[in-house]
Ligand binder design. Structure first.
Ligand code: DC
Length: 234
C-alpha cells in the first residue's frame, strides 16, 4: 500500500452512483479507515418502501406514501449482531435490517423514491445526520442535492453487466437463491427510474470525481480515493 501524507482530511464525503456499483462497500472501508461514519441513504428509501408494503399502501399512491415518509421513524444504529450486517435498521421500533433487502423492496423502492415529499423528508434526516461531520454519505443525490457543499464528491459507476455479476456472486455467497437475469432486470428497472425522475435524479455533480470500476478491484478503487484524500485542499 502506498504511503500517503494527509494534510487535512475532507470531513464530508459524498459517494453517488447507480445500484450495486459498490458505493456501500467502498464507503464503509473509507469510513472505517478514518474513523468516520458511513450512512447508506438507500436504507431510508428502502424503509419507506418496506413499510408501505407492510401497511398495504399502494406504492403508486403518492399522497399515502408521502404521508408515511413524514411519520416513519427510521433508526440506523451500530449493531451487536454477527450476521454480516453493517447496522441495525429499526423501523418504528422493529428490526428490519434484512427485510429491506428483499426482492419486493428492490422492485418497489425506486417508485417511492420519486415522490418530492418522500425525498424532502429523507433529505432533511440525512442533512441532520451529516451536521456532525466526519461522514461518508452514500446515495444517488448526495453530491447534487443533499450535501452540495460536500468536501469531496465521488461518482462511482460500473456497467450494468459488471454490477449484476458482482451482485449475483455477493448474493450467492450469502446463500441466497439467485438468478443473474432477474438481478440484471431489477438493476435496469431501478437505473431507469432513478436516472429519469424529475426530482434529484441520479447524475454526477459537476464537481464530482468520476470513477468507473468496471476493470478495477475494490483495492484499486480505495487507492484512487485515498489519492484524492491526500490531494485534498480545503
Ligand atoms: O442504494 P440502494 O440500491 O439501496 O437504493 C435503493 C433505492 O433508493 C434506489 O433505487 C433509489 C433510492 N435512493 C435515492 O433515490 N436516493 C438516494 N440518495 C439513495 C437511494
Amino acid at each position: 500500500m502506498t504511503q500517503r501524507v494527509y494534510k487535512k482530511l475532507p470531513s464530508t464525503i459524498a459517494i453517488d452512483g447507480p445500484a450495486a456499483s459498490g458505493k456501500t462497500t467502498i464507503g464503509n472501508l473509507i469510513a472505517n479507515k478514518f474513523g468516520y461514519i458511513c450512512l447508506d441513504t438507500g436504507i431510508m428509501y428502502r424503509a419507506v418502501a418496506l413499510q408501505a408494503l407492510d401497511e398495504g399502501i399502494n406504492v403508486f399512491d403518492e399522497e399515502a406514501v408521502s404521508e408515511l415518509a413524514e411519520r416513519i421513524d427510521i433508526e440506523i444504529r451500530p449493531t451487536a449482531a454477527d450476521d454480516e450486517r453493517q447496522f441495525d435498521v429499526i423501523i418504528d421500533g422493529i428490526d428490519h435490517t434484512w427485510d429491506i433487502r428483499s426482492p419486493q423492496v428492490n422492485q418497489n423502492v425506486s417508485e417511492v423514491s420519486v415522490y418530492p415529499r418522500v425525498r424532502a423528508a429523507m433529505t432533511k434526516l440525512q442533512r441532520q445526520i451529516a451536521e456532525q461531520g466526519k461522514i461518508v454519505m452514500v446515495g444517488r443525490d448526495i453530491g447534487t442535492v443533499v450535501l452540495p457543499d460536500a468536501d469531496l464528491k465521488i461518482y462511482l459507476d460500473a456497467s450494468v453487466d459488471v454490477r449484476a455479476e458482482r451482485r449475483y456472486f455477493e448474493d450467492l455467497g450469502r446463500g441466497k437463491k439467485v438468478c443473474l437475469e432477474e438481478i440484471m432486470e431489477s438493476l435496469q428497472h431501478r437505473d431507469e427510474i432513478d436516472s429519469n425522475r424529475a426530482v434529484a435524479p441520479l447524475k454526477p455533480a459537476q464537481d464530482a470525481v468520476l470513477i468507473n470500476s468496471d476493470d478495477m478491484t475494490v483495492f484499486q478503487v480505495i487507492e484512487t480515493i485515498l489519492d484524492l484524500f491526500s490531494e485534498y485542499q480545503p
